[in-house]
Design a protein around this ligand. Structure first.
Ligand SMILES: C[S@@+](CC[C@H](N)C(=O)[O-])C[C@H]1O[C@@H](n2cnc3c(N)ncnc32)[C@H](O)[C@@H]1O
Length: 303
């Protein structure tokens, strides 16, 4: 069932966290001239129109990229001292700025394509036919090979990759309960074939209950705690180390569905923990949050 459309969520706080982490990982890989492999298993549309009917329905970009842009602007004007002006943060903002003037937001393949070099071997998989059409158009002038295929199937087919160093981004919609187990199974299988790969897995943090948008009733959320269970499985995998970042904008409450999100990185590059701490500090300064206590960077497994 392919009902999920990322255009409703593009540029929200979860996208900002995910894409900043992606920039951090690819910049670490770029420190060596040796080419690398990159796969985006759930690539989405590539480029999103922030003025589309879908994007405006809940205006989620206002919880992320639009708020971040306006806070930076404000701070720049008032204090002449931009918040969050680290090289890493600026690198992400420079990528976004190539799109935001046109009221667009770059999805993960576009963020990656800004950092990939000639000679790097990159793939983006997308299963939804319309999203794939858009992805294919977006990837046309990049070095990324867009594939209209199941992302897990591509993962299985390309591993171990050429070149043998690189990273995989796994960013499923998690619409159905079974998708969490699908990720665990796919990653468990993948690391057997490519134990040295860097795996970045995005996940949502969900309250026990949420408000049903149609009926306004409070209903149980059968997916709450599934991300946490998935993380505990990752820490037991046969990889060198596992690093985790999570950023929460709201307190888990009766009505709120997603109160935050995270990225779990298996085999993170050297010093990525410092990058993630910098990302979290910057996000906490720039995107107001009701829930600083649950935001964190932590090692789930160390060598
Ligand atoms: C969260 S969105 C991706 C957003 C994108 N990674 C970004 O950051 O810009 C998830 C996407 O996965 C697609 N999808 C769902 N199941 C899939 C599968 N098995 N293989 C590939 N794509 C899938 C959906 O159509 C949707 O576009």
């Amino acid at each position: 069932m392919l009902s999920y459309q990322h255009s409703f969520h593009a540029g929200n706080h979860a996208d900002v966290l995910k894409h900043l982490t992606l920039v951090a990982v690819l910049e670490r890989l770029n420190l060596k001239t040796k080419p690398y492999f990159f796969l985006d298993t759930h690539a989405g549309d590539g480029i999103y129109n922030l003025n589309s009917e879908q994007a405006l329905q809940n205006s989620e970009a206002k919880t992320g990229i639009l708020q971040l842009e306006s806070n930076r602007q404000l701070d720049n004007d008032e204090n002449n001292n931009v918040k969050g002006n680290s090289a890493l943060f600026n690198s992400y903002v420079n990528i976004v700025n190539q799109y935001i003037g046109e009221q667009q937001y770059p999805g993960s393949p576009m963020v990656a394509s800004a950092l990939l070099r000639k000679g790097d071997n990159a793939f983006a998989a997308e299963l939804h036919p319309q999203a794939f059409e858009s992805l294919q158009r977006s990837c046309r002038r990049t070095g990324i090979k867009a594939q209209h295929r199941d992302g897990y199937e591509v993962l299985n087919a390309v591993l171990p990759p050429t070149p043998n160093r690189g990273a995989v981004l796994i960013d499923p919609p998690y619409e159905q309960v079974c998708e969490y187990q699908q990720v665990i199974d796919a990653v468990t299988k993948a690391i057997k074939r490519w134990p040295i790969g860097i795996y970045m897995i995005w996940y949502p943090l969900l309250s026990d209950t949420r408000e049903d948008r149609r009926t306004n009733e409070i209903v149980n959320n059968p997916k709450s705690a599934l991300s946490e269970k998935m993380l505990s499985q990752f820490s037991g995998l046969n990889v060198k180390s596992v690093l985790n970042i999570q950023f929460c904008t709201l307190k888990p409450s009766q009505k709120v569905g997603m109160y935050g999100s995270g990225m779990c990185i298996l085999n993170p590059p050297w010093q990525l923990d410092n990058d993630l701490k910098e990302i979290l500090m910057t996000l906490q300064k720039i995107l107001p949050s009701d829930n600083n206590e649950l935001s964190k960077v932590e090692w789930l497994k160390t060598e």
